[in-house]
Design a protein around this ligand. Structure first.
Ligand code: PLP
Length: 397
C-alpha cells in the first residue's frame, strides 16, 4: 500500500510529465466497466487503448494467467516454452505466414520489422537499398526506428536526429507513392486502418498500386496490425479486407490479453534473414503473456467476437448517423468494426471531458476525432448507453 495520495498532484511530482492521465485511480473492472477507487463505474469505450478485447474480469484469461504463473513465469529464450509454441502455431495458422518472432510491445515489433526488412534488402547487393517508408498521418511507436516512421510532429519534435533512410508517402496519394518508392526501397509500412491518425482506411487503389510497385521494385509490405488487428475491425487481420498479402505483420496491444506481448510474423522469403544472435529480447514471448494470448484468441473465436465487432460497430455507426442529423457538431463517422472515429466541430478533448463527467470513457485523437475502441465483448445495451450519453452532451451544448 502506497503512503502517497494517488492523485494527479502526486503524479505530477513523482513521474516524468509524459502522460496526460485522467484524474481517476482505477482498481478493477467488470466486463466493459472500469471501476475507480471511489467506487465510480465508468463505461470504458477505450479498453486500455485497444488492449482489453475481452473487457475486464474474464475468467478464462485469469485462469490461463494464474495456472501458467504457478508453473513458470519466466525462463528466457534460452529455452523452448510450450505456450510460445502454441500461440505461434495459432498465429501462423491465422495468417498463413511462415515464421514468427515474439517481443513485448508494439514499438519493439516495428523495430524488429525494420531490422528484418533492411537485412533482407541487403542481400541484393545494393548498399542503398535500405530505405524504409511509411504513410503520412501514421503512428508506429516511440522507439527510434518506429518514431522515425511516425508522422505526427508532436511525437517526434525535439528527438532528432531520426533514423537515416526513412521517409513518408502521402496517405492514399498514388502519385506521391509512385514518386517515393524506388529500387532503394526496402519496405513500406502501412496501417490498413490508421488509429492515432484518426481512423482512416487505406484506399483500395492505393493498396493495388503499392502491390504492383512491390513487384517492380522488390520491397516488403509491412502491415502494422497493432491497433487494427486481433479481430477489432471484424476480421482477425484488417489487411484481409483490402486484399493485400503483407510480407511482415506486426501485432501487439490485445495479443497478450493485457500482458505485454507483441509479434512479427513473416512470409517465407524473409524466413532466413535473422540468424543466431542477430536479434532478440530477454522477455519477448513471456510464457504467461503467451498463455493469456492463447486464451484471448480462443475467446475471440468461441464468443464470436469478430462478428460482435461487426454488429455493434455498425449499430454505433447507424446511431451516430441518426444523431448527426440533429446535432450539427457531428461532422462524420468512420467505422471499421469496433475501430470508430467520430469527427466533431471542435477539439475532441472537450467531448472526452464532458463524457468523463458522465462516467463514459472516450478518447480524443487527431484533434477533432473522438476515437472509440471498446472491448470486443461490448453488448448493444452498453453501446446504446454510450450513444445516449453522447446525445445528452450534444443536446446540452
Ligand atoms: C498502429 C500502432 N503501431 C504501433 C504502436 C506502438 O505500440 P506500443 O505502444 O505497444 O509500443 C501503436 C500504439 O498505439 C499503434 O497504435
Amino acid at each position: 500500500m502506497t503512503h502517497l495520495p494517488v492523485t494527479i498532484e502526486t503524479e505530477k511530482k513523482i513521474f516524468f510529465h509524459n502522460y496526460a492521465r485522467l484524474p481517476i485511480a482505477v482498481t478493477h473492472g467488470e466486463g466493459v466497466w472500469l471501476v475507480g477507487d471511489d467506487g465510480t463505474r465508468y463505461l470504458d469505450m477505450i479498453a486500455g487503448i485497444g488492449v482489453n478485447a475481452l473487457g475486464y474480469g474474464d475468467n478464462r484469461l485469469a485462469e490461463a494467467i494464474s495456472s501458467q504463473s504457478a508453473k513458470l513465469i519466466h525462463a528466457s529464450n534460452l529455452f523452448m516454452m510450450h505456450p510460445q509454441f502454441e500461440l505461434a502455431e495459432k498465429l501462423l495458422a491465422l495468417s498463413g505466414l511462415s515464421k514468427l518472432f515474439f517481443a513485448n510491445s508494439g514499438t519493439e515489433a516495428i523495430e524488429a520489422a525494420i531490422k528484418i526488412a533492411r537485412k533482407w534488402a541487403g542481400q541484393f547487393g545494393d548498399p542503398d537499398k535500405k530505405e524504409v517508408l511509411s504513410l503520412s498521418n501514421c503512428f508506429h511507436g516511440r522507439t527510434y526506428g518506429a518514431m522515425s516512421l511516425t508522422a505526427k510532429p508532436k511525437y517526434v519534435d525535439g528527438f532528432e536526429p531520426l533514423l537515416a533512410g526513412t521517409g513518408m508517402i502521402n496517405f492514399n496519394d498514388i502519385n506521391d507513392l509512385e514518386e517515393k518508392v524506388s529500387i532503394k526501397t526496402a519496405a513500406v509500412f502501412i496501417e490498413v486502418v490508421q488509429g492515432e491518425g484518426g481512423i482512416h482506411r487505406i484506399s483500395q487503389p492505393f493498396i493495388d498500386r503499392l502491390k504492383e510497385l512491390r513487384e517492380q521494385y522488390n520491397f516488403l509490405i509491412v502491415a502494422d496490425e497493432i491497433q487494427a488487428g486481433c479481430g477489432r475491425t471484424g476480421t482477425f487481420f484488417s489487411y484481409t479486407q483490402v486484399n493485400v498479402e503483407p510480407d511482415l505483420v506486426c501485432l501487439a496491444k490485445p495479443l497478450g490479453g493485457g500482458l505485454p506481448l507483441s509479434a512479427v510474423i513473416g512470409i517465407e522469403k524473409v524466413a532466413d534473414v535473422l540468424t543466431y544472435g542477430n536479434h532478440g529480447t530477454t522477455f519477448g514471448g513471456n510464457p504467461v503473456a503467451c498463455a493469456a494470448g492463447i486464451a484471448m484468441i480462443n475467446a475471440i473465436h468461441d464468443d464470436h467476437l469478430m462478428e460482435n465487432a461487426e454488429k455493434i460497430g455498425s449499430f454505433i455507426n447507424d446511431e451516430v448517423l441518426k444523431m448527426a442529423a440533429k446535432h450539427p457538431q457531428i461532422l462524420g463517422i468512420r467505422q471499421y468494426g469496433l475501430m470508430i472515429g467520430i469527427t466533431v466541430d471542435k477539439e475532441a478533448k472537450y467531448y472526452a471531458g464532458k463524457a468523463l463527467e458522465k462516467h463514459v470513457l472516450i478518447n480524443a485523437t487527431s484533434v477533432n476525432v473522438i476515437r472509440l475502441l471498446p472491448p470486443l465483448v461490448i453488448s448493444q445495451k452498453e453501446a446504446q448507453h454510450c450513444i445516449n450519453v453522447l446525445d445528452e452532451i450534444f443536446t446540452e451544448e
